[in-house]
Design a protein around this ligand. Structure first.
Ligand code: AMP
Length: 261
């Protein structure tokens, strides 16, 4: 597995990659959900590249950016075992040589739910994803349904800007309690993690969105939204100082619930 920290040396190597290249963009602090994306990329491509970059532009809260766990050495060990060929771990100064002055914005999907509660988040995310796709030049890029609104926006950007690659959506990996795996779960106590499983249970229940929000609020969450749209039921809720998001397919006969995802 080769590690690249500057764009020039990656591009030199990219010219020598013949065959298909699968790409998994991440912010590191990897867990089994990220690795599942890597396995999927491994299965369908000749080579696999993974980026690890904590993107300053997509954090609307500076403290959240600073608290984000950086575990680069452990991440590389996991990626090597998972069969990744290349790790791209760039410096923010090189990625943002424009000093954050050039941004990609979308004006419909990006304005609601996560976009409404995290102003600027999606412009920061789309901007870095476009930069990474242009640098890595993959055949396919893998994104988790865990961040459903992000997935929709990336698909929309690639279509609208005619980017020559395929976006592959991947189902959410959960622990045995139903809690969606997330780098942020590491900031919960063991009891907090057990309690956080209520989000999934509530999203999967027959309750309407307003009742589901009430249940979470009464259970000690500070719930920002429970909303049904895009064929999903989506939620963001704080447990203490940790913000969690999740979503499930609205249609119980969807492929993922049938175990075909
Ligand atoms: P992040 O490092 O949080 O930016 O996530 C990198 C990629 O992993 C994104 O496409 C996420 O949607 C995806 N991802 C994060 N958690 C999960 C999960 N539990 N299951 C599947 N994919 C995930």
């Amino acid at each position: 597995m080769n590690i690249f920290t500057d764009i020039g040396s990656w591009r030199d190597a990219r010219r020598g990659v013949t065959g298909s290249l699968g790409f998994v963009p991440t912010m590191g602090n990897l867990h089994a959900g990220h690795l599942d994306l890597v396995y999927r990329a491994r299965k369908n491509n000749d080579f696999v590249a993974v980026s690890i970059f904590v993107n300053p532009a997509q954090f609307n809260d500076k403290a959240d950016f600073e608290k984000y766990q950086r575990t680069f050495d452990a991440d590389c060990a996991l990626l090597k075992d998972a069969g990744a060929d290349f790790v791209f771990h760039p410096d923010a100064k090189e990625i943002y040589a424009d000093d954050y002055t050039l941004r990609v914005t979308e004006t419909v999907i990006a304005e609601e739910l996560e976009g409404a509660f995290r102003p600027g988040h999606f412009a920061g995310m789309l901007t870095v994803v476009l930069k990474l796709l242009n640098i890595i030049a993959p055949t396919r890029a893998y994104f988790g349904e865990k961040d459903y609104q992000q997935l929709l926006l990336v698909q929309k950007m690639c279509a609208a800007l005619f980017l020559p690659l395929e976006i592959v959506p991947c189902p959410t990996l959960r622990d045995a309690s139903g809690l969606a795996l997330s780098s942020r779960n590491g900031r919960l106590t063991e009891g907090g993690r057990a309690h956080a499983a209520l989000i999934y249970k509530t999203l999967m229940s027959d309750m309407d969105d307003a009742a589901a929000k009430d249940v979470l609020d009464h259970a000690g969450f500070r719930t920002e939204y429970v909303t049904t749209k895009w064929g999903r039921r989506l939620c963001a809720a704080w447990l203490g100082d940790v913000r969690l998001i999740d979503n499930v397919p609205k249609d119980p006969l969807s492929p993922h619930l049938r175990g075909e995802g």
